[in-house]
Design a protein around this ligand. Structure first.
Ligand SMILES: *Cc1c(COP(=O)(O)O)cnc(C)c1O
Length: 414
């Protein structure tokens, strides 16, 4: 892959669901000189970021910003709130939920993994992981836990391995209906800033997120948004922690600083991303991703291929998972498309390896880049000998042409 002598013309199409294509504006902001992370300019930048990021999570409470990938922030969420042997209830929505559960077990937590057990009568050959978190299963389980052994419920908001979102408010309501004190920990690593998310309103205790997906930044920073209950829990939680410890970070954050060297240039990028998101308005940002996703799904439907997400109410605005017909290796298809058209698509992860591929519709995109993406996939499918029911590219063109973009609707309203 790292053949530095090979420079294809034009832009590489990075259509994986994270890292997402980074806008030039953000790349330019990141190229400014690195400054003293203990100096006055940095303190001002830190304060601005720590305030601005709260709007993205929709919280009034502290948000930790770590120089780490999302996996680090997963660990931070667990070690700050729990003690060795604590029982945690997790939900198997897909590969990322499975990795988080594996991490929890390695940290010495006792994990229980709920999963959807129904089959897909309409699509017997389909792989699993096609539905969102079923809050009723969580409620049922919590009601049985009369001794309150379960200390936390962990769910993924936007399962990036499948393109299925989950209703986080319903999970909160399930916990409340069972009158259970468990903390609610949510991974919105790929949902934040692209899909509607409300940390305070949905009663989430810790939201984990990352930089390289909806926030349009390169990989390298991640977040914990934390509730007062989570902070309270951290005072008695005993899992070993040092680098991830919230208390020291919260203290230094008062002045806009961190206990260690933060990733200065990535933070310049975050500052630019926050300005872009604020200028556009989060509701417009969410509507833009919904519309992009609908256009891509119109293409997949026209090809006659099944979408990984079996519940239209839960289609991800960030990515679409496409199931390949039996006998068609999705990874061979991805390799072919990469070689021929210089486009990267997301691989099938875990149980879904070879069975499906993922099209990212996030980051620095527009109608025409997504149409080119659909064209690349359609050409690849034909070259791979897949029989298509119709033209996906035509369906996507029709969709984008006949649906005004959120920005146009705004202009029309003025
Ligand atoms: C990307 C992702 C992760 C892992 O984050 P890294 O930055 O790769 O460590 C975890 N959960 C979800 C839902 C993700 O999309």
């Amino acid at each position: 892959m790292l053949n530095l002598d090979f420079h294809p013309t034009g832009r590489h199409f990075l259509q994986i669901p994270g890292p997402s294509p980074v806008p030039d504006r953000i790349l330019r902001a990141m190229s400014l000189p690195t400054i003293d992370h203990r100096g006055p300019e940095f303190g001002a930048l830190g304060l601005k970021l720590l305030a601005g990021i709260k709007d993205i999570f929709k919280t009034r409470h502290p948000v930790m910003i770590y120089p780490a990938s999302g996996t680090g922030a997963w660990e931070a969420a667990l070690v700050n709130t729990l003690s060795a042997g604590d029982h945690v209830l997790m939900y198997e929505s897909g590969h990322f939920a499975s990795l988080w559960a594996k991490m929890a077990a390695r940290l010495g937590l006792s994990t229980e993994f709920l999963a959807y057990s129904g089959a897909d009568a309409d699509l017997p050959h389909a792989p699993s992981w096609r539905r969102g978190v079923q809050a009723d299963l969580i409620e049922e389980r919590l009601r049985k836990d009369s001794e309150h052994r379960i200390k936390a419920v962990c769910v993924v908001h936007n399962e990036t391995s499948t393109g299925v979102t989950s209703n986080i408010l319903a999970v909160r309501q399930a916990i409340d209906a069972a009158k259970h004190p468990a903390l609610l920990l949510v991974d919105s690593i790929s949902g934040l800033a692209s899909a509607d998310y409300r940390h305070d309103e949905w009663g989430v205790d810790v939201t984990v997120s990352g930089s390289q997906k909806g926030l349009m930044l390169p990989p390298g920073i991640s977040f914990n948004a934390i509730s007062p209950r989570a902070i309270e829990a951290s005072k008695t939680a005993k899992l070993p922690r040092a680098f991830w410890d919230w208390a020291e970070i919260i203290e230094l954050n008062q002045g806009g600083y961190w206990p260690y060297t933060p990733s200065t240039n990535l933070l310049y990028g975050l500052s630019e991303a926050l300005e872009m998101l604020q200028a556009e308005g989060l509701d417009q940002v969410f509507a833009r991703h919904q519309r992009w996703g609908a256009g891509v799904r119109a293409a997949v439907n026209a090809w006659g291929l099944p979408i990984q997400c079996a519940d239209p109410a839960l289609y991800s605005p960030v990515l679409t998972g496409v199931i390949t017909p039996p006998g068609v290796d999705a990874d061979a298809l991805r390799r072919l498309i990469h070689q021929r058209f210089d486009m990267s698509l997301g691989t099938g992860l875990g149980k879904l390896k070879g069975r499906m591929f993922r099209i990212g519709h996030l980051g620095d995109s527009n109608d025409l880049t997504l149409l080119a993406t659909v064209a690349g996939v359609e050409m690849g499918l034909k070259l791979a000998g897949v029989k298509l029911a119709g033209s996906g590219i035509q369906a996507a063109m029709d969709h984008y042409a006949s649906h005004l973009a959120p920005a146009d609707l705004k202009k029309a309203a003025v």
